[in-house]
Design a protein around this ligand. Structure first.
Ligand code: DAH
Length: 342
């Protein structure tokens, strides 16, 4: 073989042997096989060769070219797979590592209390109905026997929206809506928010949660009301409480009652929470006023009914020992996280 071809092959072999990465291999590829590279330069030998020598010289150059090409390709192929291996190693995912924990959502303590109340009352034969938070003066007051300018309206510091529209001041607004559209007998509870324009403090807020309950049928009696409330409150508080009913006034019931339970903190012995009376006031109730029944087209001679309304927020405050009602509305996770369970 021609000494120059041999020399080029020898230096090529040396260089390709010391290649460390694919960019080294590419540099050698350009250097040896480029148009101005040594292999191409060998073409010069063809010119100087005699006619007899020429085929042999041509073949030798071609062989070298093929050898160089093949070795570079082989080298690149192994280097690429090395680099891929490194990349795979870098990007490896350890599927045996424990996953990131997802935090479980929790229900708001008031929602939980509401669920409990609904559960008990549905078990006692009531069905759940909802009414609007934005209400007309008619359903919030008028139909419930609060005529315009009636002093009982002063008990409700009302947010008026415009004209006749307002934010309901109690969930009693659902009473007439349901009585107008459902056929008798009706046994319904209506949970929801109520709104009053009061100064916000640790003990009161602009909105709070109530559950209204009512039953209209033939021969519904005052004894039915007391028995139903007794059973409901005993189920709600675990049968360890006493109930007490005191006369009170609400325009839409007659007679009207204030419903008390023995203090949940001191069991009736007397403590600061119950102002040493042993009792907590938790609901209003009464026999539905004949005027209300008339207003929705029910004959009070034939039908009678009872109704009650209770607030939830204060109950949860007491039960959970929460010092400030505003915590319910602020959605602070540090507060909400403290109420585990569903
Ligand atoms: N709606 C009254 C309030 O928010 C509570 C109430 C009292 C509801 C007596 C009733 C009832 O159904 O009979 O102050």
């Amino acid at each position: 073989m021609h000494p120059e071809i041999e020399r080029i092959q020898a230096t090529f072999e040396e260089e390709i042997a010391s290649v460390k990465n694919s960019s080294d291999a590419q540099t050698i590829q350009v250097k040896y096989l480029g148009r101005k590279g040594p292999v191409q330069g060998l073409m010069r030998l063809l010119k100087d060769a005699t006619t007899e020598e020429r085929p042999a010289v041509g073949k030798a150059i071609n062989d070298l070219k093929e050898l160089v090409t093949a070795k570079i390709e082989a080298c690149l192929a192994t280097l690429v797979s090395e680099e891929q291996k490194e990349q795979l190693e870098r990007e490896k995912i350890d599927i045996t590592l424990p996953g990131r924990k997802r935090r479980l959502g929790r229900k708001h303590p008031i929602t939980k209390a509401l669920d409990r109340v609904i559960d008990i009352l549905v078990g006692m034969g009531f069905s759940v109905q909802y009414g609007p938070d934005i209400e007309t003066d008619y359903y919030n007051f008028e139909v419930l026997n609060f005529p315009k300018d009636h002093p009982a309206r002063d008990m409700h510091d009302t947010f008026y929206i415009s004209g006749d529209m307002l934010l309901r001041t109690h969930t009693s607004n659902v009473q007439a809506r349901v009585m107008e559209r459902e056929s008798l007998p009706i046994r319904v509870i209506a949970p929801g928010k109520a709104y009053r324009n009061e100064t916000i403090s640790a003990r009161s807020h602009l909105f709070f949660h109530q559950v209204e309950g009512f039953y209209v049928d033939k021969k519904v009696t005052f004894a039915d009301l007391l028995a139903t409330l007794d059973e409901f409150l005993n189920k709600l508080f675990g049968g360890e409480i006493k109930t007490r009913y005191r006369p009170s006034y609400f325009p839409f019931v007659e007679p009207g009652l204030e419903v008390d339970v023995s203090c949940l903190l001191c069991s009736g012995k007397g403590c600061p929470l119950c102002k040493h009376t042993g009792w907590l006031e938790i609901a209003g109730a009464g026999m539905i006023h004949p005027e209300v029944l008339k207003n929705v087209g029910i004959d009070p001679e034939e039908y009678s009914g009872y109704a009650w309304g209770m607030g939830l927020d204060r109950l949860v405050l007491i039960e959970k020992g929460i010092p400030d009602i505003r915590l319910f509305m602020e959605n602070d996770l540090r507060f909400l996280k403290q109420f585990s369970g569903v």
